[in-house]
Ligand binder design. Structure first.
Ligand code: ASP
Length: 416
């Protein structure tokens, strides 16, 4: 059994769905579980529907029509006019409308999950029908019957014991099962989502429970790269990397695979293939246990628009437990996302992202207690497996304000 996951970009239009048919046809004799997320940017569009439903009823119908028309266009080019798929998709929209009419819950998160989940349901239905029409024998499984969670809407916690039973009960013996990522259900059978980008995690859950031979996540890049091509030229494909090294890179901010997705996989040592749906023959990246990163090249992670605060005590007291814990309490209360800390006897530096623009409150709360030196708009480069050449490459004419080195990692903060 293998698990494949196709995300938004790999199913964004009719031609990408035809491409999926090609990929699946070449695995037609294998047992597959295919996990799909919503098509293209549907989840964002559905978030607008949720907003309009709760706050702006005049725009509600047009935002629903946007979602409907986007999928209709794709279906019109994949199916004949009288194909049963149209009936199925209309049914999903009818259900959405009747939920909106009958719902009495004021909970944003509850409403969000009941509405946004339709994206995955539509996508899996369309793909199921398209594969059937092209002679791929496959079954459509509702992931909400399989993945059971608590009732923490928008971030359901998986209940492993029940999920284990249900997945085995519902995944049929036919060769190919298609199901949704991102969604599960609670004990009252209300839909619960697993958090944005949660369908990789869903795929890992299926792989774990079914003891899959491997999980392949099909993406619009060739695999994991040693840097983000948006910021770096000459990026290199990583052929192989360990689970723990991938988690390290994610911790520093590489937007690759979420550690949550890796947890179930590494427990059973199920290899994760990150592959390109544009170039399915190429090997991509294999993430597995204990392997050395290959090729061994510096990996770069870049973050910008951060704030660096250098704090020192006013009375020459050491920056230790009591001072540092009071600083962290402020950072935590103001939802600052800390990227790096460094301290010496009487100074403490912290670099963070001020997502909610709370910097003035932070400074006000710290002012009486510490001397503050603030650098706004700094950039942070993390280089894993650094060498002198890689340091030079990022330092180029920039003004270094802080450096932190460990055996494998260097972190450099530059002011602008
Ligand atoms: N469709 C959901 C999202 O856009 C889940 C996913 O794609 O992983 O976040």
């Amino acid at each position: 059994m293998k698990v494949f996951k196709f995300g938004g970009a790999s199913i964004k239009d009719a031609s990408s769905i035809k491409n999926i048919l090609k990929i699946i046809s070449s695995h037609n004799n294998e047992k597959l579980v295919i996990v799909v997320s919503a098509m293209g940017k549907t989840t964002n569009a559905l978030e607008i529907v949720v907003y309009n439903y709760l706050n702006n009823k005049t725009e509600l119908q047009s935002s629903i029509s946007d979602v409907f028309n986007f999928h209709s266009k794709i279906m019109n080019s994949l199916f004949k006019k009288n194909d049963p798929v149209f009936f199925e998709i209309n049914k999903l929209f009818e259900k959405l409308n009747s939920f909106m009419k009958s719902n009495k819950s004021p909970s944003y998160s509850f409403v969000y999950d009941q509405i946004v989940s339709i994206g995955e349901l539509i996508a899996s239905n369309i793909i199921h029908h398209f594969l059937l029409n092209n002679n791929i024998n496959c079954s459509l499984i509702d992931a909400r019957n399989c993945i059971k969670t608590d009732s923490k809407y928008r971030g359901g916690k998986v209940q492993w014991e029940t999920t284990n039973k249900k997945v085995k009960e519902f995944i049929s013996d036919s060769n190919i099962n298609i199901t949704q990522g991102f969604i599960g259900s609670d004990k009252n059978n209300f839909t619960v989502t697993l958090g944005r980008e949660g369908s990789d995690y869903s795929a890992a859950i299926f792989a774990y429970v079914l003891n899959a031979e491997s999980l392949s996540i099909w993406k619009d890049v060739s695999g994991l790269l040693n840097a983000d091509p948006k910021f770096f030229s000459n990026t290199k494909l990583l052929n192989q990397i360990s689970y723990s090294e991938t988690i390290e890179l994610a911790f520093y901010g590489a937007s690759i695979i979420h550690p949550k997705t890796l947890q179930p996989l590494q427990k059973k040592e199920i290899p994760l293939h990150v592959k390109s749906f544009k170039n399915p023959q190429s090997k991509g990246t294999i993430i597995s246990k204990g392997v050395d990163i290959e090729p061994l090249v510096p990996c770069y992670i870049f973050k910008e628009n951060l704030i660096l605060l250098k704090l020192s005590s006013l009375d020459f007291s050491f920056m230790v437990e009591d001072n540092i814990s009071s600083i962290f309490k402020e950072l935590h209360d103001l939802k600052m996302k800390v990227d790096l800390i460094q301290n010496s006897a009487i100074s403490f530096s912290v670099c963070f992202f001020d997502k909610y623009n709370n910097i003035n409150d932070l400074v006000k709360n710290l002012e009486g207690k510490f001397k503050i030196d603030m650098h706004k708009n700094v950039s942070l480069f993390t280089i894993r497996h650094f060498n002198e050449k890689s340091i030079k490459k990022v330092s180029n004419k920039r003004n270094l304000v802080l450096e932190q080195r460990t055996e494998k990692t260097i972190r450099l903060i530059f002011s602008n």
